[in-house]
Design a protein around this ligand. Structure first.
Ligand code: ZN
Length: 164
């Protein structure tokens, strides 16, 4: 661990970046462990911690351990990672909810005290929840129920709320 920390700090120094007092401004779920940590080069990051510093010009996208080193609080970073894992589990289970048929023809389910709707219009899916709607997932039109569920989940259970 000491070696690892030393390597991370060396990299930050090379960039001319501050060594501590970074904070996490955003989390991203890559949905597969394929992201390369910008600090240590680990190639198996799924949950990306976006780190910001008031005296540095750009954000740094890192995995859990590097985030902990940068902010000087490994437990805080691990806690964020744990919440992301739990959210990912909820997302995986979301399509298996007991979807009901709405009078309008779409499907809906009650989730965390809110209603989530999925409508299929000639093979094009659209999801709604809390006055928000989505007809794309990762920038592509939604053409199947499973993908519609994942897009709907992002509306109903956003990462920001999962971190509270
Ligand atoms: Zn790293």
């Amino acid at each position: 661990m000491e070696k690892y920390i030393a390597r991370c700090r060396k990299q930050l120094k090379e960039w001319g970046a501050p060594l501590d007092n970074w904070y996490c401004v955003k989390l991203i779920d890559k949905e597969e462990a394929s992201f390369v940590c910008e600090l240590c080069g680990c190639e198996k990051v799924r949950y990306v911690h976006v780190m910001q510093h008031d005296e540095y010009f750009e954000n740094v996208y890192v995995g859990c351990i590097c985030a902990g080193i940068m902010e000087g609080d490994l437990m805080a970073a691990q806690e964020r990672d744990r919440k992301m894992k739990n959210r990912a589990k909820r997302k995986l289970n979301f399509p298996n909810k007991k979807w009901k048929r709405a009078r309008s023809g779409g499907l809906y389910v009650k989730y965390h005290d809110q209603f989530v709707f999925i409508n299929n219009n000639g093979g094009r899916y659209r999801c709604c929840c809390n006055h928000k709607s989505a007809w794309q997932y990762h920038g592509k039109p939604i053409d199947n129920f499973l993908t519609a569920c994942y897009a709907a989940f992002d509306l109903a259970d956003p990462i920001e709320e999962a971190m509270e």
